[in-house]
Write a protein that binds this ligand. Structure first.
Ligand code: SF4
Length: 336
C-alpha cells in the first residue's frame, strides 16, 4: 500500500493530513473526508493508489480543454474518492466510494498506464480526471513524472481544493489544468460541496502564475449559483486577477446524485455568456448545442480560428505558434 505524502504524525497514533485544506485529523483506523486516505497504525495511506475506476481515449475537448492541442485525443483515467461532497456530483458513483470499491480491484502499475498511453494512436498524453485527482496525489505524481520523460502531456481536471505546498510540488509535471470554479460564494461551497471558496481561488492564482495552461469550468445550477450579479463579480475577479485571456467554460447542469434542480435553461447560459464576454475574450458554453459559445474567435479580427460542433474540431486559423493566421495576433493556444 502507498504511504501518503504530506501528513504529520501526532501523539497517540493520530495523524493530520496536509494535502488539502480540510487538514483532516485522523485517529488510528479512521478515513479522511475524501474516503481514500486512512490512518493505519499511526501512518497515513492512500487506499486508492493504483486503482483505476475508468479509462478512455477521449477528445481533449471533453475535459473540457479548448485551447490545449485542439482536436487531439488524450488517455483519460480516474480512480475513486473526492475531497468535496458536491450534492450535484455528476460522477458520484466513483467520487463517493464505499470500501467495496477497493476490494478485489487490481492495482494498475504506473508502467502499464504509460505503456497504454504510448500505444494509443494520436494520443497526446494522460488526463487525470473523472473523480478528483488530488486525492490520488502520489499515483498522479509518479505517473506524470514518467509520462513527461516519455514525451507525454499531463492534464489535471480538478476542483482546485489543494494546499499550496503539494500544488507547488506537482505543478512542474502538469502541462494543463481544467479547474472548477463552482460559484463565487463561500456559502455555496460550504453548503453544497463541504469545502471553501478561498483555497480554490488561491489555486487558480498559483496555476495561472505558473507555466501550465489553465482553463476554468463553471456548472450553472438554477437557483444555486445563477445570480447575475454574483456571476458578474466572478467574471470581474477572473479578469482582474487572472487576466482577460482567461478561458471560461459555462456548463449546463443536469440533475444528479442528491440535487434536483431544473436543467439549466438555454437563456440563462446565454445571459451568462454575454456577461462573461464583456470582460473575458474566451468564453464557451458546453453540455448544450447553441449557435454561439463553441467556436474560438480571434478577439482582434473576429475570424473563427477553431471551429467546433459537438466533439468535432477543426483548427482553421492558427499557425504553428498559436497565432491567428488571419491577423497574426498571438493567441492563448497550445498547439502541435
Ligand atoms: S486529502 Fe483527504 S484526508 Fe487529506 S485533508 Fe483532504 S480530505 Fe482529508
Amino acid at each position: 500500500m502507498q504511504e501518503a505524502l504530506f501528513y504529520e504524525k501526532l501523539e497517540d497514533e493520530k495523524v493530520r493530513c496536509l494535502l488539502c485544506p480540510h487538514e483532516c485529523l485522523l485517529n488510528e483506523g479512521k478515513i479522511g473526508i475524501c474516503r481514500v486516505r486512512k490512518n493505519i497504525s499511526g501512518e497515513l495511506y492512500a487506499l486508492n493508489d493504483g486503482i483505476i475506476s475508468s479509462a478512455n481515449l477521449d477528445p481533449i475537448e471533453k475535459k473540457p480543454l479548448y485551447h490545449f492541442y485542439p482536436g487531439s485525443l488524450i488517455l483519460s483515467i480516474g480512480s475513486y474518492g473526492c475531497n468535496m461532497h458536491c450534492q450535484f456530483c455528476q460522477n458520484w458513483d466513483i467520487s463517493q466510494p464505499k470500501d467495496s470499491n477497493f476490494n478485489l480491484q487490481p492495482i494498475v502499475p504506473t508502467s502499464e498506464v504509460i505503456k497504454t498511453a504510448l500505444n494509443q494512436k494520436e494520443n497526446i498524453g494522460i488526463a487525470y480526471t473523472y473523480n478528483e485527482p488530488i486525492v490520488s496525489y502520489e499515483y498522479v505524481m509518479k505517473t506524470a513524472a514518467i509520462a513527461k520523460e516519455n514525451g507525454l502531456k499531463n492534464v489535471m481536471v480538478s476542483n482546485g481544493f489543494i494546499n499550496q505546498e503539494p500544488l507547488l510540488q506537482i505543478l512542474p509535471f502538469i502541462d494543463a489544468w481544467n479547474i472548477d470554479l463552482k460559484a463565487f460564494d463561500d456559502s455555496f461551497y460550504k453548503r453544497l460541496t463541504g469545502a471553501r471558496l478561498a483555497p480554490v481561488l488561491e489555486t487558480l492564482k498559483t496555476v495561472r502564475r505558473s507555466n501550465a495552461h489553465l482553463e476554468i469550468t463553471m456548472l450553472v445550477i438554477p437557483g444555486e449559483n445563477d445570480d447575475a450579479n454574483e456571476f458578474k463579480q466572478m467574471v470581474d475577479w477572473l479578469a482582474n486577477e487572472l487576466g482577460e485571456d482567461t478561458i471560461l467554460h459555462l456548463s449546463r447542469y443536469f440533475p444528479r446524485y442528491r440535487h434536483q434542480s431544473a436543467i439549466t435553461p438555454a437563456h440563462k447560459l446565454l445571459e451568462f455568456y454575454n456577461i462573461a464576454r464583456q470582460r473575458l475574450h474566451w468564453t464557451y458554453v458546453g453540455n448544450i448545442e447553441l449557435d454561439i459559445g463553441s467556436n474560438s474567435i480571434c478577439p482582434k479580427c473576429q475570424n473563427i480560428v477553431v471551429w467546433r460542433k459537438g466533439y468535432h474540431t477543426a483548427v482553421r486559423g492558427l499557425d504553428e505558434a498559436g497565432n491567428c493566421k488571419f491577423c497574426k495576433t498571438p493567441l492563448p493556444f497550445v498547439v502541435r
